[in-house]
Design a protein around this ligand. Structure first.
Ligand code: KG4
Ligand code: ZN
Length: 358
């Protein structure tokens, strides 16, 4: 019988300390033997955002326990694994280094192959944890640090169609939640709060909606929320309406830009039907899931979302990306260094700051 590939994955790029053991099934899907995620909400809540020094300290305090727990939960012996995959970027260098260096040590001591994983590739392949996907597919990656439309041609083969020129979608949710005093992390809190608000009550701007292809912009929307928030006079119903209107505007922007990205994808791929994958922390938002699912079906795509527990940061997606890269012989040297910036498509133009062309 063919031996099944089994990898240890480690993730510490931001405020989640995570480890996981993943095995590849014969049909090419994943068997997640364990997935342990320790969130640092308590550490950062009083500051309303991630404080790098505190995040790094919490990773140092937790990482060995989290890795041991993942190994224990999996009932798999560390000596039996086929390789170690750890997130090498993009992210906070002080945080990345902690999981990455432990990963390198484990691989080195156990003489196992080591894979340095791009966190964004982890998200990009995460829908494949539960269901086999065929390449190429259209990907919308929406997280706290990134918002991108990409064509996923295969493992290690990405073409960026569009990205945000300022804030990421998750960042816009977090900043809006902070303005409205909803706490941290903002995305889930805002979604809950917006539930019984009137989504058409406030007319908010949709920056670069008719230009810039499928590039995105959210900074102007957040500023408009700030302006409107000053006129609420403490009225709870108005505050709920503002949260709902913000979420609705994000949905309208994502709809319009998704249609542009779908057209670009169709011009590129002659496949009759392809998947539209929506991944990253914000893909857990129910209104966004419902909205993009509808757009996908109406436009001849098969929508695919990772299970909400694999939308946010986790190490199963890192182990999985590690397995996929290992199969292509993309094995890294133990001298590999973490990177704060690391685009999936190295040829894509940098779209932030003055002088960008839309
Ligand atoms: O992928 P992720 O866990 O970390 C990054 O790689 O950034 O994404 C975290 C982001 C945060 O901005 C968080 O507020 C947002 O995802 N998020 C949500 C929801 N759940 C998480 N945003 C909107 N609605 C949600 N339900
Ligand atoms: Zn992430």
């Amino acid at each position: 019988m063919k031996k099944k590939l089994t990898f240890l994955g480690i993730e510490t790029s931001c405020d989640e300390t995570a480890a996981s053991i993943v095995q590849e099934n014969d049909d090419g899907t994943a068997n997640i033997l364990s997935s342990v995620v320790s969130s640092q909400i308590k550490e950062h809540e009083k500051f309303g955002g991630v404080v790098p020094e505190l995040a790094a300290r919490a990773h140092v305090e937790n990482i060995d326990f989290i890795i041991n727990q993942a190994i224990k939960d999996s009932n798999f012996k560390l000596e039996m694994i086929d390789g170690v995959a750890a997130t090498a970027g993009p992210g906070l260098v002080v945080c990345l280094s902690i999981g990455f260096n432990i990963g390198k040590s484990i691989a080195g001591f156990n003489r196992k192959p080591f894979i340095a994983v791009n966190h964004l590739e982890g998200h990009a392949l995460s829908a494949g944890l539960e269901k086999k996907i065929e390449f190429p597919y259209l990907l919308l990656l929406i997280s706290g640090g990134h918002s991108q439309f990409l064509i996923v041609n295969g493992v290690n083969d990405y073409k960026q169609l569009g990205t945000t020129i300022d804030d990421a979608v998750g960042e816009a949710f977090d900043k809006t939640a902070k303005i409205l005093g909803l706490g941290y992390p903002g995305g889930p809190a805002l979604e809950k709060f917006a539930n019984d608000g009137k989504k058409d009550f406030f007319k908010l701007p949709q920056p670069i909606i008719n230009k810039g292809g499928c590039n995105l912009s959210f900074a102007g929307l957040k500023t408009a929320v700030l302006r409107e928030s000053k006129k609420l006079k403490g009225k709870l119903d108005l505050k709920k309406n503002l949260a709902a209107s913000f979420q609705n505007t994000v949905n309208n922007i994502l709809t319009k830009k998704t249609l542009v990205a779908m057209k670009q994808f169709k011009d590129f791929s002659k496949k009759k039907k392809s998947n539209f994958v929506i991944a990253g922390g914000v893909a857990a938002n129910k209104t966004i899931r419902k909205n993009l699912e509808k757009i996908a079906i109406e436009n001849g795509f098969d929508p695919m979302f990772p299970n909400p527990k694999f939308c946010g940061d986790n190490a199963a997606m890192i182990a999985w990306a590690g397995i996929k890269r290992f199969k292509l012989n993309l094995i890294d040297d133990l001298n590999f260094k973490v990177k704060s910036r690391w685009a999936l498509d190295a040829k894509a133009p940098f779209m932030k700051g003055p002088g960008i062309k839309l």
